[in-house]
Design a protein around this ligand. Structure first.
Ligand SMILES: Nc1ncnc2c1ncn2[C@@H]1O[C@H](COP(=O)(O)OP(=O)(O)O)[C@@H](O)[C@H]1O
Ligand SMILES: [Mg+2]
Length: 285
């Protein structure tokens, strides 16, 4: 399912006061089945961009199109409900939103809300808990008795239980140890591929961008300043620095080596494998 932002501007309302625009004339199209990473400095508007994809943030101008549904100023309530079902949103630290007495009740909450029968919701819970790598006996436990990594999985299972067409994730690996993070990122990647989900990932980790995403969006001050592949992004070293982005390790090594030896490799290397090949080709090793 595709996502189209058409001249979208948005702000927040704090009591009677409206904030300055947090999204400013955003135009973007994310193809059905694509995997896009969103990067940029803190406060650039990454989380706001994600919220605008499921109607948590309504544009004051322009519209967001999710499949055939529209999010705009005078949207109809049914469209919003349909969008919330299609767009599964994993917030930052999603485990903070767990609330029920048991994991099963937590996971069933979303499907029940959308009219699925209790029996079917329980079946779905059984399926998704295993998909996130936990055993079915976790379903009977209190979510609060689980470890941080397990809670994160339960929270993500609750989103999967809704069977979304689009998955938007705000730093799903934040705060987890490296192996826990990798497991979650790999899981997301396999669902993305198996189900043809349109996936949008906010991350600070450029290695995630390289390993998982097809495209990168760079945000700055509420606008999209770049939308293309990681290869194109990291070919422009000056811009990457201006946007306060870290290059991936392999690329940083390449730049340092080129500076010290005066030898230029024949391509932009983003992974260690690629770098090794490029070094062999040029006869440096
Ligand atoms: N709920 C909110 N109410 C008011 N202002 C907000 C809210 N959420 C974010 N903002 C402001 O919107 C801007 C963009 O924030 P955000 O989308 O969270 O950026 P990022 O995720 O890139 O750090 C920031 O200036 C932030 O202070
Ligand atoms: Mg954010």
């Amino acid at each position: 399912m595709e996502i189209i932002f058409d001249r979208v501007s948005a702000d927040y309302q704090i009591g009677p006061i409206r904030t300055p625009l947090v999204l400013h004339d955003v135009n973007v199209k994310l193809a059905s089945g694509s995997y896009t990473a969103v990067v940029g400095y803190t406060g650039a508007g990454k989380s706001s961009l994600l919220k605008a994809m499921n109607g948590l943030l309504i544009p004051i101008q322009g519209q967001v199109k999710i499949g055939s549904d529209l999010i705009k100023q005078d949207h109809n309530k049914n469209a919003l409900k349909s969008i919330r079902k299609k767009v599964g949103m994993v917030f930052q630290f999603p485990e903070s939103q767990l609330f029920a007495e048991t994991v099963e009740k937590d996971i069933c909450f979303g499907p029940l809300n959308f009219g699925v029968s209790l029996e079917d919701a329980k079946e779905v819970a059984k399926k998704v808990i295993q998909q996130v790598g936990l055993s079915v006996d976790v379903l009977e436990k209190s979510p609060f008795s689980l470890s941080g990594g397990q809670k994160r999985r339960v929270a993500i299972a609750g989103i999967l239980a809704m069977e979304p067409d689009i998955l938007v994730l705000d730093e799903p690996g934040a705060g987890l140890d490296p192996s826990g993070k990798k497991e979650i990122m790999d899981l997301i990647s396999s669902w993305h591929k198996e189900r043809g989900l349109t996936t949008v990932l906010v991350t600070h980790d450029m290695e995630d961008v390289i390993s998982y995403a097809d495209e990168v969006i760079v945000m700055e001050k509420g606008t999209i300043v770049f939308h293309d592949t990681a290869q194109v992004l990291f070919s422009n070293t000056e811009q990457v620095e201006k946007w306060h982005l870290d290059a991936p390790d392999a690329r940083r090594f390449q730049l340092e080596l080129e500076k010290k030896t005066g030898i230029t490799l024949n391509r932009i290397c983003l992974t260690v494998e690629d770098l090794a090949d490029a070094l062999i080709e040029v006869g440096l090793v």
